[in-house]
Write a protein that binds this ligand. Structure first.
Ligand code: EPU
Length: 336
């Protein structure tokens, strides 16, 4: 365990923001993490860096969680329970499952990041959320260095939310996540329009897990920028909820506004649509901008600072508020 000094974090965050870590340590095992916590509790935890916007150098010791390993906990002929250590790459784990014919997370193909952070924001795409398969999240309590675990219910999962973003924020370090996956009788989620279109283009009538994964990969590649080519952090904002009265008022002047019913009184509106129809899609502001194919994604054209991107986000929030009276909530973690 070596502490390095003045390390650039540009390659450790998918936005590609150039800030430095004053001190940086790579953590490869739970034992290393427990040992480190004996000496130092004020850590800045870095995982895949795919859901954060860094706006300044990091003063705290940056701990890069790289604990690897996948193990099978239980299995019978229908179900397998797999425990995956926090430092495993999410998409590689999805492909590992698809190759083994373990079903449940194929719709979550190509999401950047590592397994340890997937429960924090309850990653979701194309009709599936990771909460649908998680059985257990194991974590170290920073104060006591004890390993504890959270059941699915205890994680209090919600849309892009969990207990790890709220009550227990900064108290635990996730070390592994367990998933319950199907070996037979897979439940396919193909109702998301673009998946059906993609499958029918390939004339696939009875898809397998790989067909779904391939379809999702193709859809994501067509809309979402590859962080290796254009820095970004996926959806920058959450899709907002509004009440029926508000929606009906908006519909009078915007008859094509899309919506998804959430409850009797609430509707979810795609923020990407709101941003596009406010005339912002594809617009560039200095070193950053709004992606030309998906208006919910902010992009770094190369040399943007975190502050520039944050200022753009605030500008978008202001325009959306003035245009639709809707508050857009930032989904990405802002490190200020
Ligand atoms: N839309 C537009 N213009 C745009 C973008 C979207 O009009 O530029 C409208 C379209 O009507 C489209 C609808 O928004 O039908 C939904 O768009 P899309 O399917 O791209 O999904 P999204 O609501 O914009 C959410 C997630 C994504 C996830 C997709 C697919 C959030 C914040 N984002 O985006 O997650 O991949 O659904 O399930 O919920 C992420 O969190 O980083 C992320 C990429």
């Amino acid at each position: 365990m070596t502490i390095l000094e003045n390390i650039s974090l540009k390659n450790y965050n998918t936005f590609g923001i150039s800030v430095n870590a004053k001190r940086f340590i790579e953590i490869n095992s739970v034992e290393e993490l427990q040992k480190l916590l004996l000496k130092e509790k004020a850590l800045f935890l870095l995982s895949g860096g795919s859901n954060m916007l860094l706006t300044k150098d990091i003063e705290k010791l940056v701990a890069h969680i790289n604990i690897k390993g996948i193990s099978i906990e239980n299995e019978d002929e229908n179900i397998v329970e797999v425990t995956v250590n926090a430092g495993e790459n999410w998409h590689e784990f999805v492909l590992w499952c698809v190759n083994k014919n373990y079903g449940g997370i194929e719709n979550l193909s190509l999401i950047p990041g590592k397994v340890g952070t997937c429960p924090i924001q309850n990653i979701g795409a194309y009709g599936v959320e990771v909460k649908d398969t998680i059985t257990k999240v194991s974590a170290i309590e920073i104060k006591t260095r004890k390993i504890t675990s959270f059941t699915n219910e205890e994680c209090k999962f919600d849309y892009r939310n969990s207990i790890f973003k709220k009550e227990t924020k900064d108290n635990y370090i996730i070390i592994s996540v367990s998933f319950k996956l199907t070996k037979k009788h897979h439940v396919f989620h193909t109702s998301y329009g673009a998946i059906e279109t993609e499958l029918s283009l390939k004339k696939i009538i009875t898809p397998n897990l790989k067909d779904i994964s391939d379809a999702v990969i193709a859809i994501r590649k067509s809309k979402l920028p590859d962080p290796k080519e254009l820095g970004n952090s996926g959806s920058f904002f959450k899709n907002p909820l509004i009440n029926v009265k508000h929606f009906e008022k908006l519909q009078k002047s915007l008859p094509t506004i899309p919506s998804y019913k959430i409850s009797e009184n609430e509707l979810k509106i795609p923020a990407g649509w709101l941003i596009e129809h406010a005339g912002l899609k594809g617009k560039r502001f200095g070193n950053c901008g709004i992606h030309e194919k998906q208006a919910l994604v902010l992009v770094n054209y190369g040399n943007a600072s975190g502050i520039e991107i944050l200022n753009l986000a605030k500008k978008i929030q202001k325009i959306i508020l003035e245009t639709y009276e809707i508050v857009l909530e930032i989904e990405v973690n802002i490190v200020e």
